[in-house]
Design a protein around this ligand. Sequence first.
Ligand SMILES: Nc1ncnc2c1ncn2[C@@H]1O[C@H](COP(=O)(O)OP(=O)(O)OP(=O)(O)O)[C@@H](O)[C@H]1O
Length: 724
Amino acid sequence: MLTALLSRTGTGWRLMVKAALPSGDSRSADAFLIGQTGVFALLISDKGPDFETANQILRHAKERFAGIPGPQGRSLAESAIHLAVIGQGAGDPRQDGVHWSLTESSLGRIFRRDALHLDKRSVATIAEQAERRLRGYLPLAVQQPDREPSTGGLLDVTELIEDQVGAAQRRPFDSWLTFLHPQQNAIVKRDYSGPARISGPAGTGKTVVALHRLRHLARVSTGPLLFTTYVHTLPSVIKTAFDRLAPELDGRVEFTNLHAWVRRFLAERDVPVQVDRRKIDTAFSFAWMAHREKLQVIEPSVDYWRTELDRVIKGRGITTLAGYVAVQRRGRILRLDASQKARVWNLYEHYQRGLAERGVHDYNDLIELGRTELARRPLETPYAGVVVDEVQDIPLCGLRLLRELAGDGPNRLLLVGDGQQQVYPGGWRLSDAGIPVQGRGEILKVNYRNRAEVLGFARRFDATNRVDDLDGADGIALRAAESASEGGTTETWRGTSGELPGALVEAVRKLTARLDHSALIVFHHKDLGRCVEILRAAGIPTLALENYTGAADGKLKVGTVHRAKGLDFEAVLVLQNTHESVTGSQAEEERRELRGRQHLVAATRARDFLWWGVLDDTAPEQADEPAKAVEAEEDCVHDMPISWCSLCRKPPPNVLSHGFRTSGGNAYHNDPDCTWLRKGQGRAHRQGMNVHDVTRLAWGSVAPGELEPCEFCCSPQWMRRHGH
Ligand SMILES: Nc1ncnc2c1ncn2[C@@H]1O[C@H](COP(=O)(O)OP(=O)(O)OP(=O)(O)O)[C@@H](O)[C@H]1O
């Protein structure tokens, strides 16, 4: 056994062995092995230690290695220290999450190159410190023969192993796996008597700390653990990172998004639930048709009112008009008096009837069903800990559910997020959800992700925080974050749709980062379609962010900011579209705030390089060019239905062949037969336009009259801007 360990010292591993073996001291390790995969306290024993002994040996190891300084004022994290028991009778190598059980033949797991956490310099620094701190241990190493290319024996074997794992070896070191800021280190182990909150600006390591803490909780508790978030793409990427941090905890922590968790829970309990996006949209469209006139005089945007239903009324679990009248609508700038709220309530009731008639639930209903079921019969095996990341985007009803799921016990609930990065509308106070965090709020301030140049660029965005980061107290803005790394590059571009293909492809080609460590982020689906088409034509491989799991695949990641939040990439390209209405209304002010936060999120996804492109087709001299007219048609920025002819209730004409006519705020086809649908459908697909409802119509899932104009496209401003 010792020979096998000694042989590794020829490839940079450092070994320290107890001076007297057997020592009869069962509270400390027989040996320590330090290398690029971490620090291993080794116990040579055929019979695995009991839980208490294993913890004691680990504790001893952590005490000896605690606080070993690393780069940038950080110190060695406990997660870098492992206990491995090596003997004859080892079974499952990841037995109980506290120690690894290995035999001589499975010893190689320690040396696996797909889990490199430390560079060679850090290994040397830690070993030097360890030699000073570990009394009673002797450093041992093989004599290094002069390494001729033809040298035979042991080193050849290890070189062979290195060759086999060459690809994995080349990956960059994620130093967050082993070195944490003292404040981060403290949060990982802190005991919280109730729900706790980690806030702090983008890139300050909130998620990193949450993962270290999950690992810590897994070791000090026995129940299952849950990591959840609102975004459905994030959990799988975070799981990949967690597997690198704590490979021994395989399966102990569940990573899933909130809605997926509720769906699974309801399925297990045989609670019928029917969520159908199309039917939900249809129910809303009908309700809107019936009530829009009364609401448009307050605020013309259909989006605005849908958000009011989703995020305020249903998102906050309001079920009576009196409750709605009384509520403070956090995150909404436009004030509504009681009579205006009564009009909104009519819309809500109509919508609810629509859902019931169609036998469907929306996403808020799903959460409420989950809450009801949980109250009826709590979980048989409660979670030992629940971590909620990107908490700022979770609706209030979701927060309530998570609180009920986690319970009030110590260390049960950890809420992680940053109000400046809210990419969906709305707002809340933690106290609204009955979650008290006083005295258990942590704020991280050192940004480790973005190099100084990138951080400087992102700080320019005016991102108003509309959720409370510390239950009433203000959070820390990105402007106040400290920068941990120098350098970085930013580039900007501004141009028209016609110039975009050349500029975008050039920007991608110039990337020095690997394509799969890079991403393109946009803010609207139609820009996404446009960019993907450009990249496809240029032969650049892409992967939609919704399919990204953190695996390396050689492809550029592409998606909207909603899918990119919480992630980071070495290089990021962002495409902003200047097309925004300018009515100066309060609702628009809210949209502008939201956009500011979304811009901040997009910019802070970049570690080293940020390309910020601005698509601007509004230059007056270009307005009359025929080619631009097609672009104008594509310029509906909403995911809502595209414009409909007020006369025949069919989709809009292709502006080149038919054009619009407006009267009294309505839009009419110029084509008397309104044949746009038949002619335009294929074209719409090809152009990556907002074809959502064209397709719905073609599938027959809705009747023409059920759909509504996109208020943005049909707005007088839009018409004027595009010469209609
Ligand atoms: N202690 C650390 N040492 C080195 N790098 C770190 C450390 N903490 C965080 N980082 C780096 O910063 C990046 C951002 O960390 P993380 O995603 O946890 O930040 P965050 O605060 O959750 O960010 P956001 O709110 O923007 O999603 C990590 O991918 C990691 O590379």
